[in-house]
Ligand binder design. Structure first.
Ligand SMILES: NC(=O)c1ccc[n+]([C@@H]2O[C@H](COP(=O)([O-])OP(=O)(O)OC[C@H]3O[C@@H](n4cnc5c(N)ncnc54)[C@H](OP(=O)(O)O)[C@@H]3O)[C@@H](O)[C@H]2O)c1
Length: 337
């Protein structure tokens, strides 16, 4: 069993912990937090050993009556792999701690690509992370674009990607985020950071991305145009995408018209927290004009990176190859909505 510690038990960390626990070849050593809020309460209720991330805060846990398993340094020492899911920038600060204990670490998409050995997307570059010490699982949007580009590139060749990303203002629990009643070009200059980020996975890819922010919390929406090196018909592209386990091609008969209906569907399907690990591509949006492909896809920002973290754990531990890992992860989670 691979022993996995999770440092940073927020939106991403708590989902990764549950996904790791569901795997047949992994166990959660524990999770680390800085304060005894509701997420700490729930971690304890789920029997995750809870470690304090900051020494000065230990007494806050004592005052709240929450029993700690130890300090984060012990968690790092006891883990075969650490998943750092701290807020952007904190992961890089923590990287020294992981190196001191010789524990391979995964970081999230908010971290810089500069200090890691490689950025990671299971479908696209699993092998680059094998035996690596510091690996960044790319952001929700970059994961969504990479999963789409990989099969298109393999089947047809990709000349150029142009994607407009309509991004949610914040996650449902992020009361401090906005905009509240506005639509922001964000950034107003081109490209948005997403294109260069996708190039951490596909270094030679021609890609331009534009970003907007809207007052929504449910999902991101991508309007994608890919110029291919072939002229397939739309049905063939649709079949190709439907064959990918982490792409959900929404059937027209479902009458799903947006992110709200998608989330409702996920909840009806019994997904934990209403999570949608797959890219959601509207089948009838898949259109080709010569070598130009167009489509819309929705990305659930809180969860699409979760199976990628699980695969990255196996990659750094050299515990499986890409196909085995993805199949195991998908099976354990119940991928395929
Ligand atoms: N949310 C998304 O949509 C999303 C999608 C993809 C990738 N990401 C990336 O994932 C990373 C985490 O994002 P998130 O949305 O999960 O953030 P989050 O919900 O704010 O969770 C981060 C957690 O880390 C804890 N924390 C803060 N400082 C810490 C420290 N020094 N040591 C240990 N824990 C600490 C915080 O909890 P306490 O202070 O209460 O302990 C917080 O709950 C970021 O790089 C982000 O860019 C986020």
């Amino acid at each position: 069993m691979l022993r996995v510690g999770i440092n940073g038990y927020g939106t991403i960390g708590k989902r990764v912990a549950d996904a790791v626990r569901a795997q047949p070849d992994m166990e959660v050593v524990g999770v680390a937090k800085t304060r005894p809020n509701f997420e700490a309460e729930r971690a304890v209720a789920k029997d995750y050993p809870l470690y304090a991330a900051i020494e000065d805060r230990v007494e806050l846990f004592d005052d709240a009556g929450i029993e700690l398993a130890g300090m984060v340094e012990e968690l790092v020492e006891e883990s075969d792999v650490i998943v750092d899911a701290c807020p952007s920038g904190v992961g890089e600060q923590n990287s020294e701690l992981y190196a001191e204990h010789d524990t391979p670490a995964l970081y999230q998409g908010g971290e810089s690509a500069e200090f890691v050995d490689t950025s990671f997307n299971a479908r696209s570059n699993f092998a680059d992370a094998v035996d690596a010490d510091h690996v960044r699982v790319v952001s929700c949007n970059t994961t969504g674009l990479s999963r789409l580009i990989a099969p298109l590139g393999e089947e047809y060749g990709v000349e150029k990607v142009r994607a407009t990303l309509v991004r949610r203002g914040g996650d449902p629990a992020q009361s401090s985020r906005g905009p509240i009643n506005d639509i922001l070009p964000d950034p107003v200059t081109l490209p948005s950071h997403h294109g260069p980020d996708v190039q951490t996975i596909f270094p030679d890819l021609a890609i331009d991305t534009l970003g907007l922010k809207v007052p929504a919390t449910l999902m991101h929406m991508h309007s994608v145009n890919v110029t291919l090196e072939a002229e397939p018909d739309a049905a063939a592209v649709r079949d190709l995408l439907a064959d990918e386990s982490r792409l959900f091609v929404i059937p027209e008969r479902f009458d799903i018209d947006g992110a709200g209906a998608l989330k409702e569907y996920a909840q009806d399907a019994g997904r934990p927290r209403g999570d949608i690990w797959e890219n959601c591509v509207w089948g009838e949006s898949v259109t080709t004009e010569g070598s130009d492909l167009y489509l819309f896809q929705a990305i659930h920002q809180e969860s699409d990176v979760v199976p990628e973290n699980v695969d990255a754990i196996r990659a750094v531990a050299n515990a499986a190859d890409a196909a085995e890992s993805v199949a195991t992860t998908d099976d354990a989670l119940g991928m395929g909505i």
